[in-house]
Ligand binder design. Structure first.
Ligand code: ATP
Ligand code: MG
Length: 218
C-alpha cells in the first residue's frame, strides 16, 4: 500500500488543498490520502478555529471522494501535535504501508523550525507540491536535499511535471507540479473578517458550516 499523508491546519480547508490531493493521488497512484487536521498547532496560535471545527470541516469537504480519508490522530491529542510523532505512530501501526508526506514548497522549507526535523526527514518519503508564490528553485535553500538547479528550473518552467529526488536521509522526495490554485486559508479568513464573499473558494457545505458556527469573525 502507498498512502499519502496530508497534514495541515486546514483553517479552513479549501479547493487548493482538495485539488492538490486529487492530482497527487492520481499522478503517484496512491491507494488513498489521509487528511490529518492538526491539533493545537505548535507554531500558529492566533486566529485558529477549534480542532473539532477544523476536523468537521475537513470531513465535510472530503466525504464524496472514495480515496480520501480523515484522521483524528492529531486532533484528539490534548496537547500540541508534532508531525514527527504522527508519522512514527502511523508507521508503527502499519508496517507494510509506504507513507508519503504531502506538503507545499512553503511548508517543506519551514521544516527546520519543526520538532526534530532530522528525525522527520528520515521517517517518511515526501511529496513536495507547487504552490503559487513559491518556486521549486527555492528548494535549493533546503538543508535536506541536494538537487541540481537545472532540474528545479525545468519544473518551474513547465518542462516537466514530476521529478523523483533523494533526500540526504535517503528517503524519496517526489516533486510534483500541480494546477496553480492561489487560494490560502489566511486569505479566506481575511475575507470573512471583512464581511466579503468566500463563495467558490471552498466547498459550499464548508461555507455553510462556517456561517452556522460563526467561525473567523472577531
Ligand atoms: P494558512 O494561510 O492558514 O497557512 P494554508 O492555505 O497555507 O493556510 P495549510 O493548512 O497551512 O493551508 O496548508 C496545508 C498544506 O497544504 C501545506 O503543505 C501547504 O503548503 C499546502 N497548500 C495550501 N494551500 C495550497 C494551494 N493553494 N496549493 C498547493 N498547496 C497548498
Ligand atoms: Mg499555510
Amino acid at each position: 500500500m502507498k498512502v499519502g499523508i496530508f497534514g495541515g491546519t486546514f483553517n479552513p480547508i479549501h479547493y487548493g488543498h482538495l485539488r492538490a490531493a486529487e492530482e497527487v493521488r492520481e499522478n503517484l497512484d496512491l491507494d488513498n490520502i489521509l487528511f490529518i487536521p492538526s491539533g493545537k498547532p505548535p507554531l500558529k496560535t492566533k486566529d485558529i478555529a477549534d480542532a473539532r471545527h477544523r476536523y468537521e470541516m475537513t470531513g465535510i469537504a472530503i466525504k464524496n471522494n472514495l480515496f480520501f480519508r480523515l484522521s483524528d490522530i492529531e486532533g484528539r491529542l490534548k496537547g500540541k501535535s508534532y508531525t514527527v510523532k504522527t508519522i512514527e505512530g502511523l508507521s508503527a501501526l502499519n508496517p507494510e504501508t509506504e507513507f508519503y508526506f504531502i506538503l507545499g514548497i512553503d511548508a517543506f522549507l519551514d521544516i527546520p523550525n519543526w520538532r526534530q526535523p532530522e528525525k522527520l526527514i528520515a521517517a517518511t518519503h515526501f511529496i513536495i507540491i507547487s504552490r503559487p508564490g513559491f518556486r521549486f528553485t527555492d528548494l535549493q535553500m533546503s538543508p535536506y536535499m541536494k538537487i541540481s538547479k537545472a532540474i528545479l528550473e525545468r519544473l518551474d518552467n513547465k518542462k516537466t511535471v514530476m521529478h523523483i529526488a533523494k533526500l540526504r536521509s535517503n528517503m524519496k522526495a517526489v516533486l510534483v507540479r500541480l494546477t496553480r490554485i492561489g487560494i490560502s486559508s489566511t486569505e479566506i479568513r481575511k475575507l470573512i473578517e471583512q464581511g466579503k464573499s468566500i463563495k467558490y473558494l471552498l466547498p459550499a457545505e464548508v461555507q455553510s458550516y462556517i456561517i452556522k458556527n460563526k467561525l473567523y469573525r472577531s
